[in-house]
Design a binder for this molecule. Structure first.
Ligand code: MOS
Length: 762
């Protein structure tokens, strides 16, 4: 069994190099001193400011739009509407079955009098100042021919249809054996329907763009997770070759999936800059982000388990109905993880969409697992309760020997080890299996746990690395750092590979002039960009070694040995060694350069031959006030098996961030869609509740020692989203254990708990 070695800030003990060490963020000082320039902070001579006016109805047509007064307003340079916006291609079909098409399709703005969702842009005002633009936008008069729209997921379940694929290209349905018969025959059954609400990402930095043309070359300073997606999407929308679009995004104030594709700030800034022949800056307001930057869709999930009396699953069914837009399909892969988590001979997973007159859902941190595990891992808790079995024991009894639906082995899978280690550290044995029995004065105390699983991806990536005569290294790739630590771990990877101090390494990211990567998304960033850089460093070392052996000016000339190494700023070949800087000065005063790449995982044999996921176990303790139903978190623990940890500190930060999302999903987060008019009512951070410091308890994160040699050359696996997966279910299960009240409609707010709380006399 895997030993637990790496915890919070201690480095992994089996790797002596710089990889794994909890070093501080390389970009930290720049960020805290204001030296990191974010998109909207870029200053360009002559830049004008745009302000977007959004539609006041959710469905209909613009019958009349009067912009005269806005055009006459002080300092206004341009008022753009569907009447005068540059021609753009049509939006295209509602169905976008292929993965590249989602990212590359044209996303025209102000190209039609049609309104498809509430607050869709209907006009852009550009002025000398932001204030002038915003004020003038208030002078625009719009008359709409409003049409009745559909906004109610539960009310329109009859319209549900099966899309061709889910997000990330998974099969919409999976079916093995005969679930219905197995379920009918099962001595123990759970049939639970859960509801999860609309949710919004709300990265700290809003979506913002500064666009500038120089001749027919367009430069976009923006906040992007994946530069290649922005480049392709803008090029399609503007009908120009991608090579003429440069995307610059060195610092990003969070994304969480909302910055995987370009939104209206980017498209409109590019169009207005073209019309005005001046740089144009546009940011979405916080309120506009709720309507225009994607969301996690509302869902209804039915989870059914059939089990024998010992808790062995005979059937698993996970059915998902999700709200969707009618103009572009997005099907969150909510039940896909259920195909790999537990063993059972009879299995069904299905995804259905209910088209509504709302904006499209988009990727939001842990797409699929975040809502899916919230329901599924609570249903497992319900099953354990019904069986009178410990929830960990139930999961152990259903641990598969290989991927239950693909029939291939796991690359690494330490779910059971995570649960056992977590139980030991958390003091799980102190949990009273009978709910509502643990009291501390007016507080009802509960413990809950849940499993975590998240697929491991690799995206195609290339990195370029150069070393100069002073042995200073520059690595360049169009990878992004969305706050996760990309700069830091890439610095560690290069330093480790080349045997140089981290102060000798400079990593440059966030510019589409650098080699293309898959960017930040799907938890693939570190492993994809990191593997490309690792391979680039290997190529660089080969070049240096070859020259060191063959050049007559080299102190290592003629050295031959099977063993060569780069360590302590030296190159060693067999028994002979030379300082790297000294060597380069003698043999290649201009230094060396190399490139390295990694192929998309889905195309490689090891991804076809192995089921690759990260795993974990979440534990939560809550206290519920027996009079008010108020739920307070007391502590949380996550034990994770996520391959080799590249930086113990940034990895831990990713997990505690994810656990915080779990608290939000379980207890707070919910965007309320007005079922009559189709707008998100609580569209700001005063009314969209997320956990703040006072809501977040002591959190402990433990990483099991792991190295996944099937995943990539680094042995690392994705973990940016793993912390979210199952975290909310652990909280919800703790609330049940505390109170005996099972709330199946998230978030679990006190009004849903209180009516069912037993009256307790003190
Ligand atoms: Mo992630 S939701 O793919 O940024």
């Amino acid at each position: 069994m895997t030993e637990t070695k790496t915890s919070e800030n201690r480095p992994s003990e089996t790797h002596t190099g710089v990889i794994g060490r909890p070093i501080d963020r390389i970009d930290g000082p720049l960020k805290v001193t204001g030296g990191a320039t974010y998109a909207y902070e870029n200053a360009l001579e002559g830049a004008a400011y745009g302000y977007i006016l959004g539609a006041a109805v959710a469905k209909g047509r613009i019958a009349e739009i009067d912009t005269a007064e806005a055009e006459r307003a002080p300092a206004v340079l341009l008022v753009m509407t569907h009447r005068n916006a540059p021609a753009q291609p049509d939006f295209g079909p509602a169905v976008t079955p292929t993965v590249p098409e989602v990212f590359t399709r044209a996303r025209p703005a102000l190209n039609s009098e049609r309104v498809r969702y509430y607050d869709e842009p209907v006009a852009l005002v550009v002025a000398e100042t932001f204030e002038a633009a915003r004020a003038a936008a208030g002078f625009i008069k719009v008359r709409y021919d409003e049409e009745p729209g559909l906004y109610d997921l539960p009310g329109h379940m009859a319209d549900a249809y099966a899309p061709k694929r889910t997000n990330a290209g998974f099969e919409t349905d999976s079916m093995i054996g005969d679930f219905e018969s197995a379920f009918a025959a099962a001595p123990v059954k759970i049939d639970a329907t859960y509801r999860t609400p609309f949710e919004h990402h709300n990265p700290m930095e809003p979506h913002a763009t500064l666009a500038a043309w120089s001749g027919n070359e367009l430069t976009i300073h923006t906040s992007a997770q994946t530069l290649a997606n922005f480049r392709a999407g803008i090029a399609s929308t503007l009908r120009i070759p991608p090579e003429r679009v440069r995307i610059v995004s060195p610092f990003i104030g969070g994304g969480f999936g909302s910055k995987l594709i370009a939104h209206s700030d980017t498209i409109l800034a590019a169009l207005a800059a073209q019309v005005l022949q001046r740089p144009v800056k546009i940011a979405l307001t916080r309120q506009q982000m709720f309507a225009n930057a994607g969301h996690r869709a509302e869902m209804i999930q039915q989870v059914r388990f059939g089990a024998d009396a010992d808790g062995r699953l005979t059937g698993i069914a996970h059915d998902v109905w999700s709200a969707a837009s009618s103009f572009e399909e997005y099907c969150e892969q909510t039940a896909v993880f259920a195909r790999s988590l537990y063993v059972a001979p009879n299995r069904v997973t299905r995804h259905r969409l209910v088209p509504l007159d709302i904006n499209r859902g988009e990727w939001m941190r842990s797409p699929g697992e975040a809502p899916g595990m919230l329901a599924f891992e609570c249903a497992m808790d319900e099953l354990a309760d019904r069986l009178g079995l410990d929830p960990i024991e139930l999961r152990i009894r259903n641990e598969p020997a290989q991927d239950p639906e693909r029939g291939v082995p796991f690359s690494t899978r330490n779910l059971v080890a995570c649960m056992k280690e977590g139980a030991r550290r958390f003091g799980w044995e102190r949990r009273n299996p009978t709910p509502g029995r643990t009291r501390e004065g007016r507080k009802l105390i509960g413990y809950g746990m849940a499993a975590a699983i998240r697929p491991n991806y690799i995206g195609a990536a290339t990195a370029q690395v150069a070393v100069d005569r002073d042995a200073r290294v520059t690595a360049r790739l169009d990878m992004t750092d969305i706050g996760t630590g990309s700069y830091t771990i890439l610095t560690q990877i290069a330093a480790d590979s080349l045997g140089l101090p981290i102060s000798s390494i400079k990593v440059e990211l966030g510019d589409s002039r650098f080699p293309r990567t898959a960017g930040s998304g799907g938890s693939w960033g570190a492993a994809s960009a990191g593997s490309a850089l690792h391979n680039a460093c290997n190529a660089l070392k080969q070049r240096i070694l070859k020259a060191a052996q063959s050049s007559e000016a080299s102190p290592l000339h003629g050295a031959s040995a099977t063993e060569a190494s780069f360590a302590n700023s030296e190159v060693r070949i067999g028994q002979r060694s030379a300082g790297l800087a000294d060597l380069i000065r003698r043999i290649a005063p201009d230094g060396f350069e190399a490139e390295g790449s990694v192929a998309a995982g889905a195309t490689t044999e090891s991804y076809k031959a192995y089921s690759q996921h990260s795993y974990g176990a979440h534990f939560a303790e809550v206290a519920v006030d027996c009079d008010t139903g108020e739920i307070r978190m007391r502590r949380m623990l996550a034990v994770m098996g996520a391959g080799r940890i590249l930086n113990a500190k940034t990895a831990r930060s990713q997990i505690i961030g994810g656990m915080t999302w779990g608290i939000g999903a379980a207890l707070m987060e919910q965007t309320v869609l007005d079922r009559r008019y189709g707008h998100f009512v609580n569209h700001d951070l005063a009314e969209y509740h997320v956990p703040i410091n006072g809501d977040v308890p002591e959190m402990e994160v433990v990483f099991l020692e792991e190295h996944d040699d099937k995943a990539n050359p680094l042995g690392a696996k994705g973990l940016g989203e793993l912390g979210v997966c199952g975290a909310g279910a652990a909280v919800a299960n703790a609330v049940y254990n505390a109170t005996g009240v099972r709330v199946r409609e998230f978030p679990i707010t006190l009004d849903k708990v209180l009516p069912a709380l037993p009256v307790i006399a003190i």
